[in-house]
Write a new protein. Structure first.
Length: 111
C-alpha cells in the first residue's frame, strides 16, 4: 500500500469515527427526550415474605376460585402458594385465636 493510499484510508476511518460519534450523541439526545416523555413509575418497593404471604392469602380468601387460580400454576408454584397461605393463617392465630385454622388438606386439590 502506498503512503498516499494509507493516508486516504486513515482519513476515511477517522471520518467514519467522527460520524459514528456524532450519530451516537444524537441518538443519546433523542433517547433522553423520549425518556422525559415517559410516565414516571413509582419506585420499586421491597416486600417482606410476610407481605407476600398476606397477598397469597388474600387471593385464596377473596377469589373464591382457588382451584381456578392454582390450576394455571406448576405443582411447585401451587405448593409455594399453599405454604404462603398456611404461614399467613398461622400468623393470624394471634389476632383471631378462636377461628378454625386452615389445613394443607383444605387447600390442596391436586393430590
Amino acid at each position: 500500500m502506498t503512503t498516499q493510499a494509507l493516508t486516504v484510508l486513515v482519513v476515511v476511518v477517522a471520518g467514519l469515527s467522527v460520524f459514528a460519534a456524532v450519530t451516537a450523541v444524537g441518538v443519546l439526545r433523542r433517547v433522553r427526550v423520549l425518556e422525559a416523555r415517559l410516565p414516571k413509575l413509582p419506585p420499586v418497593v421491597e416486600h417482606t415474605p410476610a407481605d407476600l404471604d398476606y397477598a397469597m392469602h388474600t387471593v385464596w380468601l377473596e377469589s373464591g376460585k382457588w382451584r381456578w387460580v392454582t390450576e394455571k400454576m406448576t405443582t411447585e408454584a401451587r405448593e409455594a402458594a399453599v405454604a404462603a397461605v398456611l404461614r399467613h393463617d398461622e400468623r393470624m392465630k394471634e389476632y383471631e385465636p378462636e377461628e378454625d385454622r386452615l389445613t394443607r388438606e383444605s387447600l390442596v386439590w391436586w393430590d
